[in-house]
Design a protein around this ligand. Structure first.
Ligand SMILES: [Zn+2]
Length: 348
């Protein structure tokens, strides 16, 4: 690890966007793997043989077939996925047709992105992909590497679908755990709505995208620690937005409204895991990133706001409000007495 940090400090004069790798929304060990990948520190056969990477240094990172070669153990160095080309970092992560299929299945359409080394390719990808896409790409590379090691070291057979499933489930579980840890209270299963802690308020937000009419409905509801209805508001906005942007805009509007009321001590909930992850992450640059930046800034001007991720089933009231905003003629706001259409779901 020492050499890793030494290398990191030498990156101070490096103009490549190393921070973009460190800030990706992936588990720490995947981030570390991303650094190794970008720095071409994965001791694949090409790395050892053509770059004269010191064996000891390589061994301190990841054990590979090259390790066997160095120990004069005869082993197959053909790519375990396509079984056609010899293994190199560039082949494993960039050129192999199996890696290509995996990227296509995840909607990562980057066939136009090239690079002589895997590190160069990775930095070129950062330039064209969004934060989420890049996080997904790094997760995929990590999944490919893990599966490759399972084949080499644990005699497992290569299964692309299984690799994708395992990798994405691991990523989702990590994301969900981040959100739960982000709040100070885990709130049981989070499958149904729960009252906020004593003396606090709970703000549930939701957005509903109406693709057919090109508009988005917003809704939020505020309840106290006895579960009593305090206020609600809904509204709509013309324009087509992706779900995560719509959820972020809704949270921004809700916080802006909350700020105007002067109330604080709030637990703000969304069922968008992506949004919750983003709020708890470092900032990044994209239209979504700017929305998240607004949310953080608003939250800092309100006394004590916590963000939590909840399941859709626990967010039913806000969901009903958002749906009503796109399907009913009038939007509005309500204090103390809820609108008629909310009464039934408030009792659940
Ligand atoms: Zn291959």
């Amino acid at each position: 690890m020492k050499s890793c940090y030494r290398h990191l400090s030498s990156q101070a004069t490096d103009t490549r966007p190393w921070a973009s790798i460190w800030n990706l929304s992936v588990p720490p060990k995947v981030r570390m793997f991303g650094w190794q990948l970008a720095a071409s520190y994965l001791p694949t056969r090409d790395a050892l043989l053509t770059r004269h990477v010191d064996w000891q240094l390589a061994a301190s990172y990841l054990p590979t077939r090259d390790a066997l070669l160095t120990r004069h153990v005869d082993c197959n160095i053909i790519c375990h996925m396509c079984r056609e080309e010899s293994e190199s970092a560039h082949h494993l992560f960039v050129a192999c047709r199996e890696a290509l299929v995996a990227r296509r299945k995840l909607g990562l359409l980057i066939t136009h992105v090239a690079g002589d080394t895997v590190g160069e390719w990775l930095f070129n990808c950062i330039a064209v992909l969004s934060h989420d896409q890049m996080s997904k790409l790094l997760m995929l590379c990590w999944g490919l590497w893990t599966a490759r090691n399972d084949v080499v070291w644990n005699a497992q057979s290569w299964d692309l679908e299984l690799m994708l499933r395992r990798t994405m489930v691991f990523w989702e579980n990590w994301g969900a755990a981040q959100c739960v840890d982000g709040g100070q209270q885990t709130g049981g299963t989070l499958g149904r709505w729960e009252r906020p802690r004593r003396g606090r308020l709970k703000l549930n937000t939701d957005a509903s995208v109406d693709k057919q009419h090109g508009r988005v409905g917003f809704g939020w509801v505020l309840r106290d620690d006895d579960g009593r209805f305090r206020a609600a508001k809904n509204g709509r906005m013309m324009g087509l937005f992706r779900a995560r942007e719509a959820e972020a805009m809704c949270m921004r509007e809700a916080l802006s409204w909350l700020k105007d009321t002067g109330m604080g001590n709030v637990e703000a909930e969304t069922y968008s895991q992506l949004l919750c992850n983003a709020i708890h992450s470092e900032s990044f640059f994209s239209s979504f990133g700017f929305l998240v930046g607004d949310i953080k800034e608003l939250a800092s001007s309100i006394n004590d706001v916590e963000f939590r991720f909840i399941k859709r089933s626990a967010n039913q009231v806000a969901h009903t409000l958002a749906r009503a905003a796109v399907s009913m003629p009038d939007c509005g706001w309500w204090f103390d007495v809820p609108p008629f259409f909310l009464v039934t779901c408030l009792m659940i």
